[in-house]
Design a protein around this ligand. Structure first.
Ligand code: FAD
Length: 510
């Protein structure tokens, strides 16, 4: 990396968010940008999660970019390797390679209030940028709970997102910790290989059947020759989920009949009433992410599987002690315990206009204007920021909405002209967040009687968008300048407008 390099835009991360941003920048005619990526290849989630059975739980025709349809998806729910290959293909098709900087982990980003730019330190050198697009991913930093005695365990330990492919699980006694989206894909994939599989379950999941099938050669040929059919398929998948979300956001009681479907799914495979009782959730379906699998329950019913209905409390050598006192001997522990979500790790590395980190600013809970901009952090936008997650549809829809917002943001900077930056007004951030949290109150995520990774340490849902994807699309179509303070560099070298300048009159609508 050249010394004193300056770019118009620095994108951090090369998953769907970062690559999508890169495509969008090029389409806006901006080529003066880099994509900083800590790993050695693109793909984000779909590069890092290579565990056995890893696959998408949104159909591929919806879980892909609208501007890069793939008529050749092999299955209705694609596996990790196909999604990863798709992202490599997008990288090539849209000419993104020259912009990529691999092995460049962003260590620190500091806002320079005089020059109105971000000074960025990476593991491969430093540079500055007018605008930062932070696409470091909501689920990219594995979380391993602090288990007393874990360091005394003589066997193998790894997280689902850092699968050790050199370790042969065949014939081993394996402990799977957690029952989230990754764990329920891993269990059926490894159960036939291992001698004993013990599942540590703090909370059972609601699991619906996964209607997965190969997409036939005829269908693929049709999609190739008539691209409109790919769009139609995507539109249908999207429309069904748009309708479903109303039950999650406004009428959680209507979800009762879905619970019956899930119970029937379990009943088909689990005949033992004790096991069925252990596996039956006591909260409303949808409160935690609904999981899709037709192989999870059949795997749990196999004789080499034990379900311990308690979390892992302690490790004593090769003995795993559950919270209910159950003791299990194991050769390997696989943590399917999720990610640092509500404590976004990049936030500790971003220092804003007042010298505070974003993590300090967000100490009381993450919040950002339209899921993108935080007050006091000018020209810094996050993709999949606070309250942009979805409980039932494709995150790519939300990413593309945020890219619309980014594109308009950059256009607005151009129109304003000169050395200029936009800083979200605290009043606008508060108003947006208030609106989001008000809508959140009656959603299943807040009323369903569970704790989930959507909630932060204080129980506030800072993760999920409490509406339809089309509402979010409308809310992010344009940047409303009234929601921002315009900062201009003064010739004397001091900031013309105090960063985070307040204007209590900004109106915000969602
Ligand atoms: C196992 C799994 C299954 C999932 N399935 C679905 C699904 O079915 N449907 C759905 O909608 N969503 C799903 N998701 C959510 C998924 O994360 C998002 O859909 C999407 O892939 C996120 O893209 P992203 O670019 O924002 O983040 P990521 O794909 O996580 O990419 C972030 C990138 O930033 C890089 N990075 C992080 N920090 C730094 C740094 N400091 N410096 C430089 N680079 C950095 C990372 O290395 C990574 O490459 C799933 C997630 C997981 C983990």
């Amino acid at each position: 990396m050249a010394e004193h390099e300056h770019v118009r835009v620095a994108v951090v991360g090369s998953g769907f968010g970062g690559l999508g941003a890169a495509v969008r920048l090029r389409r806006e005619g901006i080529t003066d940008f880099v994509v900083l990526e800590r790993a050695g290849s693109v793909g984000g989630t779909w590069r890092d999660n290579s565990y056995p059975g890893c696959a998408c739980d949104v159909p591929s025709h919806l879980y892909s970019f609208s501007f890069a349809p793939n008529p050749d998806w092999p299955r209705s729910f694609s596996g990790q390797e196909h999604i990863r290959a798709y992202l490599e293909h997008v990288t090539d098709t849209f000419g993104l390679r020259p912009h990529l900087r691999f092995h460049s982990e962003v260590k620190r980003m500091v806002w320079d209030t005089e020059r109105l730019r971000w000074d960025i330190e990476t593991s491969s050198g430093s540079l500055s940028a007018d605008v930062v697009v932070s696409a470091t991913g909501p689920l990219s930093e594995p979380r391993i709970p602090d288990i007393p005695g874990l360091d005394t365990f003589p066997g193998k330990v790894f997280h689902s997102a850092r699968w050790d492919h050199d370790y042969d699980l065949r014939g081993k006694r394996v402990a799977m910790i957690g029952t989230g989206a990754s764990a329920i894909q891993i269990v059926p994939a490894v159960q036939p290989l291992v001698s004993r599989l013990t599942l540590f379950q703090r909370t059972p999941a609601w699991v619906l059947p996964r209607v997965d099938r190969p997409i036939s050669a005829a269908e693929r040929a049709l999609h190739r020759t008539l691209p409109l059919t790919t769009q139609l398929r995507r539109g249908l998948l999207w429309g069904v989920r748009e309708l479903q979300v109303q039950a999650f956001t406004k009428h959680p009681r209507q979800l009762g009949f879905v619970e019956q479907l899930a119970k029937r799914n379990m009943g088909r495979a689990i005949k033992d009433p004790d096991l069925r009782a252990k596996l039956t959730p006591d909260y409303r379906i949808g409160c935690k992410r609904i999981l899709l699998s037709s192989t999870y329950y059949p795997a749990l019913a196999r004789p080499n599987v034990d379900v311990v209905a308690a979390g892992l409390r302690e490790v004593r050598g090769s003995t795993l002690v559950a919270a209910d006192g159950t003791e299990t001997e194991a050769d390997a522990i696989v943590f399917g315990t999720g990610f640092h979500v509500t404590d976004m790790p990049i936030a500790e590395r971003v220092v804003g206009a007042e010298g505070r980190t974003l993590a300090e600013t967000w100490a009381g809970g993450m919040q950002a204007l339209r899921g993108a901009a935080a007050a006091g952090f000018p020209n810094w936008m996050t993709i999949i920021g606070p309250n942009t997650g979805l409980g039932n549809s494709s995150m790519i829809l939300m990413i593309e909405s945020q890219l619309n917002y980014l594109a308009d943001y950059l256009r607005q900077l151009d129109v304003l002209g000169g050395r200029v930056a936009l800083d979200a007004r605290p009043s606008a951030v508060r108003a947006w967040n208030h609106r989001v949290q008000e809508r959140m109150k009656r959603t299943v995520w807040n009323t369903g009687g569970c704790t989930s990774w959507y909630l932060d340490a204080s129980g506030r849902n800072t993760t999920i968008w409490p509406g339809t994807t089309s509402e979010f699309r409308r809310a992010t179509r344009r940047v409303d300048l009234a929601e921002y303070a315009v900062l201009r560099a003064s010739s004397a070298g001091s900031p013309a407008t105090p960063a985070g300048a307040s204007d209590e009159t900004a109106e915000v609508t969602a």
